[in-house]
Design a protein around this ligand. Structure first.
Ligand SMILES: Cc1ncc(COP(=O)(O)O)c(C=O)c1O
Length: 410
């Protein structure tokens, strides 16, 4: 696939001050975007504007600044609603990130509706943040986890997924895109299968929202969680989408200010959604920054982003495949911009350390997916993950760097 014609990579790169950094005299080549992406100037400017002219606590005061901050915060919710095509603004809850979104569903829905003997389906591809909360719930309630396996390419075994269902299946919690392998899972098809069997579906969209068009109505998912810092926004902010009727039926996750309607020592009544789930002072600036990030991505176009990143991935895979001793881990037919690989006879940490000497930032380790590493029979991988601001020549530099690592260990 060729990059879209109106996709001006040099203009885009000029928006990201950090991309002109040098690391030990070498230009930074930032290929750790699946962990955290970088922030463009318009998002930085929006944060500065908020802090210098709009900041006050929201929801509580009649004064000018509080009203300005409240309007900006609620406008950010609207921007996020449109970005994922949620039906209503109140279906968008600001969280601290994907991890908190999943924990919110575990605490708010799981602790109320899951009982002994109920079953929750996960996949072997999951990030720890979509495993551990469900394990904690199962330990508390006596519920059971069922795990969808993968084939050797890193694709989910849909036949096995369908066989895991029983009359006790209550929830499927699965990633849209694998952070370790890049596999794009057929979530729409899986959601429709789960619904036909009466189970709800939570999608961990941490690695999808930065790279694909996400339409929660088209997917028909029940919950969808993602993080701002992986999509050019600030850290400490994310979104949990939930169907309004489900959110209304859930119990709050945290108690405190703003999430209540009335409080007495005898009883408390809760606020309406989304406020029921946003106790205390939220990360106001970060939410507004995330909306600016989403506006930035939308102006480039998610389709253009996906097309460019696909070209980077294809270019990288083609060249790495030609190098003897390099094994690409994760060869699913549909992949997002994640490239895990292993070099024969070289520990991934050495790969990361030597690439760093060339200014190239990749991630090495288990990628918070230890069960997946066990399934693959490796302790760790090296992972390059691309963003729309990466270039084909940066991919070439990665390949040269890998060649250099092989020479050191030859
Ligand atoms: C697939 C996936 N899920 C969840 C998370 C957790 O995201 P956060 O740390 O922003 O909560 C990550 C982060 O790497 C991820 O890649």
């Amino acid at each position: 696939m060729m990059p879209a014609r109106d996709f001006d990579i040099e203009r885009i790169r000029a928006d990201f001050p950090i991309l002109s950094l040098q690391v030990d005299g070498k230009p930074l080549i930032y290929l750790d975007n699946a962990a955290s992406s970088q922030m463009p100037q318009p998002v930085i400017d929006r944060l500065v504007h908020y802090q210098t002219s709009e900041h006050a606590n929201i929801n509580r005061a009649v004064h000018h600044l509080s009203q300005t901050a409240t309007s900006a915060y609620e406008a950010a919710r609207g921007t996020l609603q449109r970005f994922i095509n949620a039906r209503e603004e109140r279906e968008v809850i600001f969280t601290s990130g994907t991890t908190e979104g999943i924990n919110l569903v575990m605490q708010g829905w799981g602790r109320k509706f899951i009982g002994a003997g109920d079953e929750i389906i996960l996949t072997v591809l999951e990030h720890h943040s979509n495993i551990v909360p469900w394990q904690m719930l199962c330990a508390e309630k006596g519920a059971l986890l069922r795990i969808v396996p993968i084939d050797d390419s890193g694709e989910l075994r849909i036949d096995a997924f369908e066989e895991l269902f029983s009359e006790r299946t209550r929830l499927v919690a699965l990633g849209h895109v694998s952070n370790a392998l890049g596999s794009i899972n057929p979530v729409k098809q899986m959601i429709s299968f789960a619904h036909a069997r009466g189970a709800l579906v939570l999608i961990d969209g941490a690695q999808a929202a930065p790279h694909l068009t996400v339409d929660v109505q088209a997917l028909d998912c029940d919950f969808y969680a993602f993080s701002g810092h992986k999509m050019c926004g600030p850290t400490g902010i994310g979104v949990l989408y939930g169907r309004a009727a489900l959110l209304e039926a859930m119990q709050p996750f945290k108690g405190g200010g703003d999430m209540i309607r009335t409080v007495s020592f005898e009883a408390t009544t809760y606020n309406e959604i989304p406020h029921k789930f946003e106790a205390g002072t939220p990360p106001i600036a970060a939410a507004i920054g995330l909306a600016a990030a989403v506006d930035y991505l939308s102006a480039i176009g998610m389709e253009n982003i996906a097309t460019h990143e696909h070209a980077l991935l294809a270019h990288a895979c083609k060249q790495l495949r030609e190098l003897p001793g390099v094994r690409i881990i994760g060869t699913a037919r549909h992949k997002a911009a994640v490239l895990s690989f292993a070099l024969e006879g070289v520990h991934p940490h050495d790969v990361g350390t030597l690439l760093n000497l060339e200014g190239i930032a990749v991630r090495t380790g288990h990628h918070c997916a230890q069960p997946l590493m066990q399934r693959l029979g490796v302790a760790a991988t090296s992972r390059a993950s691309f963003a729309f601001y990466n270039t084909l020549s940066e991919v070439d530099a990665l390949v040269d760097g890998v060649r250099g690592v092989q020479e050191v260990f030859a």
